[in-house]
Design a protein around this ligand. Structure first.
Ligand code: SF4
Length: 277
């Protein structure tokens, strides 16, 4: 069996930066409270929790006088203000690509556009971006139709950073048929585009693709969808313990791709286990 690794793959710039900021702060403070999960990988969260990370669900749950961490996917301006007022220190791990999307949303709403976000309305990044909009905002997920109340309106479109390019392109082309004025910002991050492209190229050359990453990771989910769309047999695992011997049978070339929140140690562990099978 030959193993091929997608290139690039694994930790993206934004998550690598967030983890190193967290680790640096954890070496100084015994406990850090993170507003929501700092990255979408349960195994990495478990490792950081042993070092003193505590994940809380809302700004109200962060104790006064503590050190707080803002996750790579960002938070709403309101949540950021609450923690800034009550904490002795706030480490802002918001990825610069997410900050760009937040600023674009703010600019579009101040220019009078109805802000339309291509993405998943339940995702924390999208909820954070929505918080920057002062006027009307709508979220449209892949495959959904444009609601009637947005037809003929002046809409400013942007994307959740981890969306598939095809989803944004399809949404923009639908708006072209029902609008007289739209403004579009492609806020899909470069790391996401490069990882999606590498999966697409590798999936067409192998007998099976293993996608490694948290089940709560939006960008890992997109990689698995892309691999399935290419038509190759695809196995999505969170860690090497979930490898399936039966799935590996009769496959000579195996491709591996990891989501942008999958740490290097989980990729190494997966390769080691595959080599022993
Ligand atoms: S996937 Fe992109 S936007 Fe999200 S943290 Fe990584 S680099 Fe930043």
């Amino acid at each position: 069996m030959k193993i091929h690794i997608a290139n690039p793959t694994g930790l993206c710039f934004g998550v690598r930066r967030a983890i190193s900021e967290l680790e640096e702060e954890l070496s100084r403070s015994n406990t850090i409270y993170s507003l929501g999960s700092p990255i979408h990988n349960p195994q990495e969260i478990e490792r950081l929790s042993k070092m003193g990370l505590i994940v809380v669900g809302s700004a109200e749950e962060v104790p006064s006088g503590s050190v707080a961490f803002i996750r790579a996917h960002g938070v709403t301006p309101l949540e950021a203000d609450i923690v800034k007022k009550k904490c002795i220190k706030v480490v802002d791990g918001t990825c610069p690509f997410v900050k760009t999307a937040q600023n674009r949303a703010k600019d579009l709403s101040s220019e009078g556009y109805v802000v339309v976000i291509s993405g998943d309305r339940k995702h924390p990044e999208v909820r954070g971006i929505m918080g920057y909009v002062q006027g009307e905002v709508a979220v449209i997920s892949a495959g959904e139709d444009i609601p009637d109340n947005l037809k003929g309106r002046k809409c400013g479109i942007l994307s959740q950073t981890t969306q598939k390019v095809a989803s944004l392109a399809a949404l923009v082309s639908s708006f072209v048929t029902v609008s007289t004025e739209i403004k579009v910002y492609n806020t899909i991050c470069k790391a996401t585009l490069a990882r999606q492209d590498s999966v697409c190229r590798l999936a067409s050359k192998v007998d099976g693709m293993i996608i490694l990453g948290g089940r709560n990771s939006a960008n890992t989910k997109k990689l698995a969808e892309i691999s399935i769309d290419v038509g190759v047999s695809t196995l999505w695992v969170e860690h090497s313990g979930e490898l399936d011997r039966g799935w590996l049978q009769n496959k000579d070339d195996i491709g591996i791709a990891a989501g942008g929140s999958t740490p290097d140690w989980l990729i190494k562990e997966l390769i080691q286990n595959l080599n022993m099978m």
